[in-house]
Design a protein around this ligand. Structure first.
Ligand code: ARG
Length: 656
């Protein structure tokens, strides 16, 4: 701490000196008239720029002196990197890894890079054993406030124990400031998720995209990024031909009858049947698409009506799950598609093949994109090209994320490859991710379907969740102790919480089995267990009659004492939150956050079982002693849980 203070002071002094030097130079510059000495002026300008640059570096160095909350792994890596540069400057590019220790006997964190580093050194002619490398790295670790103890183990592992002072300080900050986000460079992020298709059903695949996309958006919003949540609905394309023609036949009076379609899916099926069976109808359907694409007012009105009907249905789901999205469907890009296709043609990037214009990716094995169909129409690929351009050029996105099933991986691979080749994407400036996910299976391990083999309607699924969660609450006699409002809140929190959590707690890359019975269990890594744990922790403060304000005052005036091994374990677990957040920001795998939630809950249980927080008189039940330091740990744990719930889109309740 003192060392830090000294460093900060000396950096500040240096900045002051640089500032006064700049001021001096500025004065000089004004006395030199450009007419008589432009060369001198130029020199001073260069000098000035150099100084400004140095100031910026100094300022950055100042802010880099680890303040606020941050990923400990990230910071440990920085520290080890500095040691690496000092120890083996010739290998300073080497990527040092730090991980959380698998067992307490190996310290809190571990650096296992000495083995790989020794190999690399050997290849370049320096023979040092991994143990020696580990020792040298340890010897050159710069002064820091995070590490208390470093030791080598086995063939060259480095075990890292955190400084107790550091842990206490970070927890104390969390008491005072809440679970504040780590500092990040603010980015403009576009997340394309949910994106169902108009008139077709919104299926469980879209549900997954909705849940995962919303959670990623919540995470990035928490980190302070500027997030645009886009619903790239399928609202354009040939299927509209048959819908328009069918609407015209069935409801010629649609203008005076604003909501003729009750069941859009049935309507879709009817029109599909006619399209497949009736040649004359098919002809009219094709003609309708052409008219729509030429902006015929009547067809446009019909199209609007169909989209509105779908939109209302989608919105019901979004409202229930509390999901915010901005609709910007495929049709939005109609006009820009023409321009972009022209540009691609001009750049000679399109190949004319069997009447179609296609674009081949550079990487082998990828499918070409169909940019223009043989009838001159555009495709899903074309609208994705245009959407990507819009996100880059108009939205000025630094980061674009697509959340769809893994089945679309090759589509996105081709898209990104082609767009990079066309010069639209600059990989050094933008990050682009396809966040793919597996299939939702039923308990029979086959694709989730209704008993009759139909796709499950999402509304029905949510209704069933509500019913089952209520049954569960009643089974546990919660209705006898909770008010009707509390019961209502608990019911929705559990129902939607468990559906979201079941999805998010599974590695998204795998398929997952949808089972209400499993997700409603109150043991293990389930939403029910965690939501329950949260209410339990919150109720401790109620039991002790301690207001959050009192806790805050205590933390402000007295700080926090963390001494018992179980308290220390909990505190260290709390601080891992930022490591997990960092990891998810890199790999976009949200199940790590669920694993963390579950771990911290079990560590808390362990702490609570053996560390008294509130002591009560056995006979009267009166509170006789409250351990405020432990109450603070409870408070911070609950705040961490609440933050995780918030990121996952779960809504905790006071009672359940
Ligand atoms: N509507 C598509 C589907 O249901 C998903 C769209 C995903 N987003 C995108 N930009 N392609 O499969």
């Amino acid at each position: 701490m003192e060392d830090l203070q000294r460093r900060a002071e000396s950096a500040e002094n240096e900045i002051k000196q640089l500032m006064s030097r700049i001021e001096e130079l500025r004065k000089q510059t004004t006395t030199v008239t450009p007419a008589n000495d432009s060369e001198e002026m130029e020199k001073l300008k260069v000098e000035n720029d150099k100084l400004k640059y140095r100031i910026n570096i100094m300022k950055r160095a100042l802010t880099e002196t680890v303040e606020g909350q941050f990923s400990i792994i990230g910071e440990l890596k920085n520290i080890f990197k500095k040691s690496l540069i000092k120890s083996y400057p010739e290998s300073s590019d080497f990527n040092i890894e730090v991980v959380i220790s698998s067992q307490p006997k190996y310290g809190d964190y571990q650096c296992n890079s000495a083995m790989a580093l020794s190999k690399i050194l050997k290849e370049s002619g320096t023979k040092v054993s991994p143990v020696e490398v580990a020792k040298t790295l340890i010897g050159n670790i710069p002064a820091n406030e995070i590490i208390e103890l470093l030791s080598t183990a086995g063939p060259g592992f480095i075990n890292i124990t955190l400084s107790q002072k550091f842990v206490v300080r970070q927890i104390a900050n969390m008491c005072l400031e809440g679970v504040s986000p780590p500092k990040v460079d603010k980015k403009k992020v576009v997340i394309d998720f949910s994106s169902p298709n108009i008139a077709k059903e919104m299926h469980v695949g879209h549900l997954r995209s909705t849940i995962i996309g919303d959670s990623l958006a919540r995470l990035l919003e928490y980190l302070g990024h500027d997030v645009v949540r886009l619903n790239h609905v399928g609202d354009w394309g040939t299927q509209f031909g048959m819908l328009l023609a069918h609407l015209n036949d069935k409801y010629p009076d649609y203008l005076n009858n604003p909501l003729p379609i009750g069941d859009l899916q049935a309507f879709y099926k009817e029109s599909k049947k006619r399209f497949d069976e009736d040649a004359e109808f098919k002809k009219r359907a094709y003609a309708a698409v052409v008219e729509l694409q030429a902006h015929d007012p009547d067809q446009t009105k019909r199209w609007q009506l169909i989209c509105d009907t779908s939109r209302k249905e989608f919105q019901k789901i979004y409202d229930r799950l509390d999901i915010k999205l901005t609709e910007r469907g495929e049709s939005f890009y109609q006009d820009s598609m023409k321009r972009i296709v022209e540009d691609l043609k001009q750049k000679n990037l399109l190949v004319y093949e069997e009447g179609r214009y296609v674009m081949f990716p550079q990487k082998e094995g990828l499918n070409p994109l169909t940019v223009v169909k043989s009838d001159g129409g555009y495709t899903y690929d074309t609208s994705d090209i245009a959407a990507l351009c819009h996100r880059l050029e108009v939205e000025k996105a630094d980061w674009i994320i697509y959340v769809t099933d893994l089945g679309q991986s090759s589509h996105f691979e081709s898209l990104f490859d082609c767009m990079e080749h066309a010069g639209y994407i600059d990989k050094n400036r933008v990050r682009i991710d396809h966040v793919g996910f597996g299939v939702v299976l039923g308990e029979n391990k086959k694709r989730l379907k209704t008993r009759s083999g139909d796709t499950i309607r999402l509304v029905d699924l949510l209704d069933e969740g509500i019913k089952k969660s209520m049954d569960k609450l009643i089974e546990k006699n919660r209705d006898s102790v909770m008010s009707p409002e509390e019961l209502e809140q608990a019911k929705t929190s559990v129902a939607y919480g468990c559906i979201k959590y079941a999805d998010l707690s599974n590695n998204r890359k795998g398929d997952y089995i949808f089972s209400f019975d499993k997700m409603l269990e109150d043991k293990g890594n389930t939403a029910v267990y965690l939501l329950y744990m949260y209410t339990r922790i919150r109720s401790i403060a109620r039991l002790a009659n301690v207001e959050p304000k009192q806790l805050l005052n205590y933390a402000k005036n007295k700080g926090i004492k963390i001494e018992d091994p179980k308290e220390i374990k909990l505190a260290k677990e709390i601080l891992k939150f930022y490591d997990v957040i960092q990891k998810i920001t890199d790999d976009l795998l949200l199940h790590s956050l669920c694993e963390y939630l579950y771990n911290i809950s079990t560590v808390f249980s362990d702490f609570y079982d053996s560390c008294y927080c509130v002591e009560k008189d056995r006979n009267t039940g009166e509170v006789i002693k409250v351990n405020m330091d432990r109450m603070l740990l409870c408070e911070v744990t609950a705040n961490i849980l609440a933050k995780c719930f918030d990121i996952l889109g779960l809504k905790p309740v006071n009672r359940m």
